[in-house]
Design a protein around this ligand. Structure first.
Ligand SMILES: [Fe+2]
Length: 137
């Protein structure tokens, strides 16, 4: 199911929250492009857009964690790498089987649902850590 970003997903760091909103949008764009069978090129573009967006976002987060010497940085980096790998597996299946409701749902699962769990399970932890280390800014 398509979900919108809401305050429930805020981790209290503005720049990261803004990027998470953009991540939701990129996930929705991918879902729509697969579901509406807008053609190979559009699906390809929306996958590329999500991959680039995710990579930039992950770099922001990792730089942020490094700045505050977050102890789970390496673990977190691994989760980011796994996300890109899972996205690439979807691309392989899209190339083999073509767009379908099933693959649109899977796209939503590995992007939007993944992000929601990632925010609540992982990102919230470094936000908490940062708050303890540097409560002011
Ligand atoms: Fe993250």
């Amino acid at each position: 199911m398509l979900k919108e970003w809401s305050e429930d997903f805020s981790i209290g760091i503005d720049v990261i929250d803004e990027q998470h909103k953009g991540f939701f949008d990129a996930a929705h764009r991918l879902y729509d492009s697969i579901l509406n069978c807008e053609g190979e090129k559009i699906v390809e573009e929306s996958v590329e857009f999500l991959r680039d967006y995710a990579n930039q976002h992950f770099q922001t987060e990792e730089a942020f964690m490094a700045k505050y010497a977050y102890p789970r940085l390496e673990h977190h980096k691994k989760l980011h790498i796994e996300f890109i790998e899972t996205l690439d597996m979807l691309v392989d299946d899209l190339n083999v089987f073509g767009p379908s409701q099933h693959l649109a749902d899977r796209a939503l699962d590995i992007s939007q649902e993944w992000l929601i769990h990632h925010i609540t399970d992982e990102d919230s932890q470094y936000a908490q850590y940062k708050k303890q280390k540097s409560p002011k800014n």
